[in-house]
Each structure stands twice: as structure tokens, then as C-alpha cells.
Design a binder for this molecule. Structure first.
Ligand code: ZN
Length: 408
């Protein structure tokens, strides 16, 4: 049996608001019901905004028969006990807001995507279209389209809607993606989604380079009123994109925290050097953490610095091994071909939002050329040179995903 102490990859759920992402996530993970976990660990999982699922496979059933894959204790089709097959982490993108930057922040650590499309509305709805564009921009190729709420519309309408989806994805990166109709609230056909997830080959990770993690969440796990002697250090959660971290490693978090003493003066960031006190994946404690899934790092940092996601967007590496933070960036960029936004050149001084790793930052265009942009950043970022950077522009009071770039 595989060592499934850590997830093999992250799957993001994307799709239009109210299309059933959370119900699907719950059907797949049975989340927040793990009775064995201690409350502290459980609260960590919730705060990380993700859930792990162990997909089990029944060897006793036919190759493609239903019931082959389950997250439950027993096979739905036969007497055999299914064996753990794959452990994945699901990241639920915030469905209640339209700000693409948030989805982008999550997507830099996503290996595969479930694009959730409700059959109760015509396809595509605006966010469905935007999210597919995002998937394409970020180069995510492992895509499962999940057609939800088919029980509400009935068979004929669901079939017609399925054809709408096929037409919508035709000619896109999702053209050959499976489309799985489900009734997630009744747990009907969720096993077919599990089968598709199980069929995804986990990405091959680089384990020998200097390790790098993007912080996606950070928090203070101490309950109010905890005596000082019982306080634990700040916790940061995120995804390791390469290399390994182990307990005891001296790490650097960069660009770190705003250390300006005078609030009126320009912000001045200082990296944090700390030590890894603990590593966990879901409810499992690890000695060593590799890429795959979301990992929580316990540190020796004052928890005041980690509370309420204050470290999101930072990079973590071994001390002294991270790129230097920068206050401006020169990007090679490409604009997306979108019919719903104006084709207009960048203006000097135009504000943009950049999605860099898990950081979203405001910048101002300093020099715009045909294929390069110089941007002054409001706050420094620490950017891995290989990161793909998304560019949002403001049109008619809305931030729109307009292009993407790489560091020149
Ligand atoms: Zn079976």
C-alpha cells in the first residue's frame, strides 16, 4: 500500500457562484466529520480552506464498473473492502465573490481542476468563462468538468445542457476533459468523479532543488486567554512547489513583515528567520514534507505576525536561499484575447493587480512597451523567476483578468 500521509496533488474547484462547488467538495471529502482528529488539528484544516480525501479502490469489481472508487469504508457493489489508492487535497475557491485575484492566488498551487457547471443555468455563465480562461492561462491541463444539479432539471434538460457544455469547451484547453453529470447532494455519480480523479497521474516533483513553498494561509492557533507558557508559535500553511522541508530546518519567510515603525512612512519589509517546529498534512504529523497537498508549518514566530492570513503571498525557503524581494518588476507579457474587455494600450501610471504565486499586489505601470511592462509595486514581492504572473486591469470599475506575464 502506498504511503498516503501526504496528498499527491491539489485539485481546485472553480466555477460560477452557486454552481455547487461546496456541495461537491463535501461529497468527495465528507469534510469536517473526521471524529478522530483533535480539535486543534481540525481547526487548522478548516482554516487552510482545503480538505484532504483518500480515494479508495475496490479491486474486486470490474475495471470500469461503478463502485470501483469510493471515499467510504465499503464498496457500493461488492463485499470487498476497498484499499486506499490516492490522497488528494481539494481547494475550494471562494464562490461568493467575483474577485479573480483570489482565484488566481489559489490557482498557482493547483495541479488539476474541477470546473463545476450547474445545469440549472445556461452554459457558460460569466465566471465559468473567466475560470476556464484562467485555467488555460495558467497552463493547467488536468481538467474534469462536473455538471451539477442534474436532478433539478430532469433528464432531457440535463442532456441539452450537456451539449451546451460540449460546445462551450470545444476548441479550448478543456476540449477533451471528461464531463461528469452528478447529483452531489444525493451522492449520485460522485464515484464517477472519483474515478476521474484517480485516473490523474500525480505530477512528478523536483525533490532535489532548494525547497520553495508559497504561503496560502497563516494563523494564530492559540485560543484567546491561553497562558503564556502554553502558547504555540505562529502557523503558516501552503504548498511546497519543489524540494523538501523537515522539522528543525531554519527557514526564511520573505518579503516578511512590515517593520516600519512610523506608520506614516513608506512600508519597509523585513524577512523572518524561524525554525520549523512541526509539519502536518491534514491531521497527519510529518517529519518531512514534500510537494503535494497543503502543508501546515508550525514555527517559532510570534503568533501575532501570522494571525488572520497576514503572511499570505510570502515565499518560504531555507534561510538565505530565496530570491531578493523587489519593489518593481519588468514583465514580458501577453494580453488575453477577450471580446468582453476593451482593446486598449496600457497608460503610464495605470493601476494593475498582479497575481504572483499566492501574492496579489497592486502596481502602477511605469513603462509600457509592446511586449514588456515595467511596473512599480506598492508593496515588495519575493518572486520565483519561474512564476507565471497574471495581470488584472480595471475597466468600468471591475478588475478583469487581462493578460499574463513572466519576469523578463
Ligand atoms: Zn467492489
Amino acid at each position: 500500500m502506498r504511503d498516503l500521509k501526504q496528498s499527491e496533488f491539489n485539485i481546485g474547484t472553480l466555477g460560477h457562484v452557486d454552481h455547487g462547488k461546496t456541495t461537491l467538495t463535501k461529497a468527495i471529502t465528507g469534510v469536517w466529520t473526521d471524529r478522530h482528529s483533535e480539535s486543534l488539528k481540525r481547526s487548522m484544516t478548516i482554516k487552510l480552506g482545503y480538505a484532504d480525501a483518500i480515494i479508495k479502490k475496490c479491486e474486486g469489481c470490474g475495471e470500469d464498473g461503478p463502485g470501483m472508487y469510493t471515499v467510504g469504508e465499503s464498496c457500493m457493489d461488492c463485499e470487498n473492502k476497498p484499499e486506499p489508492f490516492r490522497r488528494i487535497s481539494l481547494l475550494d475557491s471562494p464562490g461568493h465573490e467575483t474577485l479573480m485575484a483570489t482565484a488566481i492566488a489559489g490557482s498557482s498551487i493547483i495541479d488539476a481542476v474541477m470546473l463545476v457547471i450547474s445545469s440549472t443555468e445556461p452554459c457558460p455563465m460569466p465566471q465559468t468563462r473567466e475560470h476556464l480562461m484562467l485555467i488555460s492561462t495558467l497552463g493547467i491541463k488536468k481538467i474534469i468538468v462536473v455538471q451539477t444539479k442534474v436532478d433539478i432539471v430532469g433528464r432531457e434538460k440535463a442532456k441539452a445542457h450537456y451539449e451546451q457544455i460540449k460546445k462551450f469547451v470545444s476548441g479550448t484547453v478543456a476540449e477533451s476533459a471528461p464531463i461528469v453529470p452528478v447529483m452531489a447532494n444525493k451522492n449520485v455519480n460522485v464515484d464517477a468523479v472519483l474515478q476521474q480523479i484517480a485516473a490523474i497521474e500525480p505530477p512528478k516533483h523536483d525533490l532535489s532543488s532548494d525547497p520553495l513553498m508559497y504561503i496560502a494561509r497563516s494563523f494564530d492557533v492559540n485560543k484567546p486567554g491561553t497562558p503564556i507558557k502554553d502558547l504555540v508559535g505562529g502557523v503558516a500553511g501552503g504548498s511546497i512547489v519543489r524540494g523538501k522541508f523537515k522539522i528543525g530546518d531554519e527557514i526564511e519567510i520573505s518579503p516578511g513583515i512590515n517593520a516600519a515603525r512610523d506608520k506614516a512612512k513608506k512600508e519597509s519589509y523585513e524577512p523572518i528567520i524561524t525554525t520549523i517546529e512541526s509539519l502536518s498534512s491534514g491531521t497527519d504529523q510529518l517529519q518531512e514534507a514534500l510537494p503535494g497537498g497543503l502543508i501546515a508549518f508550525g514555527t517559532t514566530i510570534d503568533p501575532a505576525f501570522t494571525k488572520t492570513d497576514s503572511l499570505v503571498g510570502n515565499l518560504v525557503g531555507h534561510a538565505g536561499k530565496l530570491p531578493q524581494p523587489v519593489n518593481s518588476l519588468t514583465l514580458k507579457y501577453n494580453m488575453l484575447k477577450r471580446e468582453d474587455i476593451p482593446k486598449q494600450a496600457f497608460k503610464n501610471g495605470e493601476p494593475v493587480i498582479l497575481g504572483i504565486g499566492t501574492a496579489t499586489t497592486v502596481g502602477y505601470v511605469k513603462v509600457a512597451k509592446k511586449s514588456t511592462l515595467e511596473i512599480d509595486l506598492k508593496r515588495p514581492v519575493c518572486a520565483d523567476p519561474k512564476t507565471k504572473i497574471s495581470i488584472l486591469r480595471n475597466f468600468a470599475q471591475r478588475w478583469r483578468l487581462s493578460g499574463f506575464g513572466t519576469i523578463a
